[in-house]
Design a protein around this ligand. Structure first.
Ligand code: RP5
Length: 164
């Protein structure tokens, strides 16, 4: 794959089944991405290295997913001015509400765009990354418009069976 424009990172390989939805969306739009495990608390030096080097490597948007005390998106955002999109991964005991609150409650000054818990959030983060890149890519903007039109057409075609 060519030079990644989007960096997808996650705290553990156990996050991948959720974060894969972001990768799928980017792949569907033909956007070059990279996906890797970078843990805030298990590999903090790697996290800083990734965040510090992402922009100079050509990455334009970072999607960061984590579960539990999910500080990865915020810590990465602290080390780069690239847009960071945070995805709360469902956790075992609190179903991702801990992840959501950890990611969304960033103090003033370091923003993280926070998405829904789970696969919908990961997919939307992929779409949002596409929207950011589309601001300077007319062909990608057209793909996004086509995606929306196809989605609307599917809803307009919906029929409800077995109505009493
Ligand atoms: C977080 O801890 C990860 O993002 C993951 O959601 C969670 C559990 O990690 P594992 O114990 O499955 O590696 O750092």
């Amino acid at each position: 794959m060519s030079q990644p424009l989007v960096g997808i990172i996650m705290g553990s390989d156990s996050d991948w089944p959720v974060m894969r939805a972001a990768a799928q969306m980017l792949a569907d739009f033909g956007i070059a991405y990279e996906a890797r495990v970078v843990s805030a608390h298990r590999t903090p030096d790697l996290m800083f290295e990734f965040a510090e080097q992402a922009a100079e490597r050509g990455v334009r948007v970072i999607i960061a997913g984590a579960g539990g005390a999910a500080h990865l998106p915020g810590m990465v955002a602290a080390k780069t001015t690239l847009p960071v999109l945070g995805v709360p991964v469902p956790s075992k005991h609190l179903q991702g509400q801990d992840s959501l609150l950890s990611i969304v409650q960033m103090p003033k000054g370091i923003p993280v765009a926070t998405f829904a818990i789970g696969e919908a959030g990961a997919a939307n983060a992929g779409l949002f990354a596409a929207a950011i890149l589309a601001t300077t890519d007319a062909a990608l903007a057209q793909k996004l418009a086509d995606f929306r039109a196809a989605q609307s057409a599917r809803v307009l075609d919906m029929t409800l069976q077995d109505q009493p």
